[in-house]
Design a protein around this ligand. Structure first.
Ligand code: F6R
Length: 240
C-alpha cells in the first residue's frame, strides 16, 4: 500500500523524509540505509538533529543496501566511505552496529548469505530507498527475481553511466559489480521510505506506482508491501 507524499523540491523531500525517519530514531530500532545523491539531504538533517538536539544512535543498528565489488573501503566512492563521510562519522552510532555489506573477500556469496542472516536476526524497522532511472532498488536491476536474497550482481549499463559522475566521469573507473540486498531482503523490512526527486526519475516513479508488478521494473514489487511511503518532488511526479 503506497502513501504517496508530493512535495515541491529536493529540500522539501528531505524535510519530509526526516519527519518520517525521526519516528524510528529511537533505542532498539534498526534502520536500513542507502547511498547515492538522494539521501544526502536527509542525512544532513539527521546529523543536525544529533548535534543540536542530542538525538542518540547509541542503541540503534543499521544495515546498508549495497557496496561495490572490489573497491577498498578507503576508496572515497566505496559505500563504506560514503556512509562514514556523510553520516556515521557525525553521529554516535557504534561502528559495530553500522553494517555495510563487504565487496571484498574470497567468498562474496557466503558473506552475502551471512548479511541476510544478520538482518533476519535484527529485522529492519524502516528501509530507506532511492530509485534508479531504470526502476532499480538497491542494485537490483530489471529482471532480478523478486525473491532474491543478498547477492553479487552485474551493474546495468545505464547504472554504470549514471554513476560515472562519481568516478571522474571516466566509465572505465566505475566498478561493474556490486553486492546488494536482494528484493526479497528489502521486502522483509517492516516499513519502506522511498524518495524520488528530479525529472530523470519520472518514468521509473510512474512504472513503480501505476505499472504492473513486473520484474522489468524492480520497484513495482513495492505495490505488494503493506507500509510504503513514497516522497516525490514535482519533477519526479510529473507523469503521475
Ligand atoms: C544506493 C542504491 C541505489 C540508489 C539509486 C538512486 O544505495 O542502492 O539504488 O538509490 O541508484 O541513486 P541516486 O540517489 O544517486 O539517484
Amino acid at each position: 500500500m503506497f502513501n504517496v507524499v508530493k512535495v515541491k523540491d529536493y529540500e522539501e523531500a528531505s524535510d519530509k523524509a526526516f519527519e518520517v525517519m525521526k519516528e524510528f530514531i529511537k533505542p532498539g530500532k534498526v534502520l536500513g540505509l542507502a547511498t547515492g545523491s538522494t539521501p544526502l539531504g536527509l542525512y544532513q538533517r539527521m546529523v543536525k538533529d544529533h548535534k543540536e538536539n542530542g538525538t542518540s544512535y547509541k542503541d540503534i543498528k543499521s544495515f546498508n543496501l549495497d557496496e561495490y565489488v572490489g573497491l577498498p573501503i578507503s576508496h572515497p566512492e566505496s559505500y563504506y566511505a560514503f556512509m562514514h563521510r556523510n553520516l556515521f562519522d557525525h553521529i554516535d552510532i557504534m561502528e559495530e552496529n553500522a553494517h555495510v555489506p563487504s565487496g571484498l573477500g574470497e567468498d562474496l556469496e557466503g558473506q552475502a548469505k551471512h548479511y541476510d542472516e544478520m538482518i533476519d536476526n535484527d529485522p529492519v524497522d524502516i528501509q530507506l530507498l532511492g530509485i534508479g532511472s531504470d526502476g532499480h532498488i538497491a542494485f537490483n536491476e530489471p529482471g532480478t527475481p523478486f525473491d532474491s536474497p543478498t547477492h553479487v550482481t552485474d551493474l546495468a549499463e545505464s547504472t554504470i553511466k549514471d554513476n560515472c559522475r562519481f568516478f571522474d566521469n571516466d566509465i572505465s573507473k566505475v566498478p561493474t559489480q556490486a553486492v546488494t540486498q536482494g528484493i526479497g531482503t528489502i521486502m522483509k523490512a517492516k516499513n519502506i521510505l522511498l524518495i524520488a526527486t528530479g525529472a530523470n526519475k519520472a518514468k521509473a516513479v510512474k512504472d513503480m506506482i501505476d505499472g504492473p508488478v513486473d520484474e522489468a521494473c524492480p520497484a513495482s514489487i513495492l505495490q505488494k508491501h503493506p507500509n510504503v511511503t513514497i516522497i516525490v518532488d514535482e519533477a519526479a511526479a510529473s507523469l503521475l
